[in-house]
Design a protein around this ligand. Structure first.
Ligand code: ADP
Ligand code: MG
Length: 273
């Protein structure tokens, strides 16, 4: 015989109701977040394209004007600096919302690094930073190119930002303990020993006037760890820093064709600026 317990049921309803409400709230919140995520991702892509056009236009004006007028030069510099900052922010935003699809492709790691560096040639020239590259010949690997690029990008940006004007950045790509190591060394401001523990924390930044988001190193490390590696750092305050992307043995491609001479020398001989 089934006995009805109206009071118990009422109680049960009461008990369940808040949970249900909570669930409903959570779902609504999640839907909202997903919608915001999608929206910000498409806005970010659009903004990136617009910024790319502004940057190109500024570059063209710079070339066409050949002007020694400090007003023109200063304003072009302001445009370029702020476009670069906006791009960094948007890239970080995109990286955060990115769900890695884990797509891999066969790449020459030195070329991946070098292609990204060419994007900064003008920036380095303006800041009078000397770029040195030491690429060891590595096999072709199958790897997530975007992931490596994003990881490396954050280290390069930090290295550039660690110096006011002048100085050098050295990029090494080499075999390391059966894996691969990409090292970015700068002669910038350096990091004190007590800060070394917290620089990888989310939203930790020492950059002023909204220049930093405090997400770069968090993202770089999480990407490297996803790939089975890590990002390590060595630094001396006032002397400079080395950030290392250490990756485990990558999947090298069997029976690969030897890279062409162009592929090997082209990347090494290209000068910055
Ligand atoms: N190459 C570097 N030289 C000196 N300090 C650095 C370097 N890279 C990172 N840092 C320090 O770590 C902090 C966090 O870096 P990051 O996560 O990339 O955030 P953000 O660059 O937006 O500040 C920086 O604000 C800076 O204090
Ligand atoms: Mg950064």
């Amino acid at each position: 015989m089934v006995t009805q317990f109206p009071i118990a049921k009422e109680k049960q309803d009461k008990l369940l109701r808040p949970d249900f409400d909570n669930l409903q709230n959570n779902l609504t919140q999640m839907e909202k977040m997903a919608a915001i995520g999608q929206l910000s991702s498409s806005v970010a892509h659009e903004m990136r394209n617009l910024l790319g056009m502004i940057r190109t236009a500024a570059f063209n004006i710079d070339r066409a004007a050949h002007s020694s007028d400090p007003t023109i030069q200063n304003n072009l510099e302001i445009i370029n600096r702020n476009v670069a900052r906006a791009r960094e922010f948007i890239d970080n935003l995109l990286n955060l919302s990115r769900v890695s699809n884990g797509n891999t492709e066969v790449v020459n790691l030195c070329n991946v690094v070098d292609n990204l560096l060419t994007l900064f040639s003008k920036e380095l020239e303006w800041r009078e930073i000397v770029l040195k590259k030491n690429y060891r010949h590595l096999p072709l690997y199958r790897i997530d190119r975007n992931a490596i690029q994003e990881c490396f990008l954050n280290l390069i940006l930090n290295a550039i930002q660690s110096m006011d004007r002048g100085g050098s950045i050295t990029v090494d790509v080499e075999d390391y303990h059966q894996g691969v190591r990409i090292t970015v060394t700068d002669t910038g401001c350096g990091i004190s020993p007590e800060d070394l523990d917290i620089i990888f924390d989310q939203f930790y930044t020492t950059k002023k006037n909204g220049q930093g988001t405090g997400l770069g190193l968090t993202i770089a490390r999480s990407i490297a760890r996803d790939l089975g590696g890590d990002v390590q750092v060595r630094s001396r305050k006032g002397v400079g820093s080395s950030f290392m992307i250490c990756l485990p043995r990558l999947v090298s491609v069997p029976d690969q064709p030897e890279p062409t001479t162009e592929e090997l020398t082209g990347s090494r001989e290209r000068k910055t600026g």
